[in-house]
Design a binder for this molecule. Sequence first.
Ligand code: PEP
Length: 255
Amino acid sequence: MRKKIVAGNWKMNLDLNEGAELVNEIFKGLPELSESRMVLIAPPYLHLTQTAAQLTAMDNVYLGAQNCHHEASGAYTGEVAASMLKSAEVAYVIIGHSERREYFKEDNAMLAKKVNQALSNDMQVIFCCGEPLEIRDAGTQNSYVEKQIKEGIFHLGESQLKNVVIAYEPIWAIGTGRTATSAQAQDMHAHIRSVIAAKYEQDAANKMSILYGGSCKPSNAAELFECADVDGGLIGGAALKAADFLGIIEAMVNA
Ligand code: PEP
């Protein structure tokens, strides 16, 4: 059975004190997570060692990073290598977030290298994909997302694919308050699973967790997570408030 996951991406928010406080609040309200459920917290790099220490008290709650560099090491001022993340007890790396693609010009070829860096350092990948509004309006979102997936992860063998989670995040829904309907999310998730099944075995597709991201909140999480192919969410804004994040976790636990 594939895992249901709620992953919180803090982006460039919260100082160290605020981050510690938020994790404390989450800890206080965290429901019991069975082996088929997991929570991920992806704070800014600077928080990682602090958050790692806090997470040792929590079962099935993992540490994530929001990015890694595409080379192993070297003269890349200001960057962070996957091996450094591993040494900070990071378990998952978010790769290909639309903000990285848009503001930092990360293309699929670079993202494929980042995927390799994370996997070769024994971390798991949350690979993000999703279309802008004009693509959705043109009705070509399926082929757009398919291309991102093919170019980002199809170089992997099936044994490596086991360490990849996909997050579908329509750009028009990120931070806009405009959520995809559960039917739109389900359609795309089913499409992504069929794309994986066509390249790998059906079994590999069935086992892959596919998360939805885009203005997910406690009031819409249950409906989204009930969809057959939606295995949880990648959460931005609502991950910054303990009550909201816990509400979304509750929906995932009950899905
Ligand atoms: C995100 O940026 O991954 C995201 C889903 O943000 P939000 O939940 O704020 O829309």
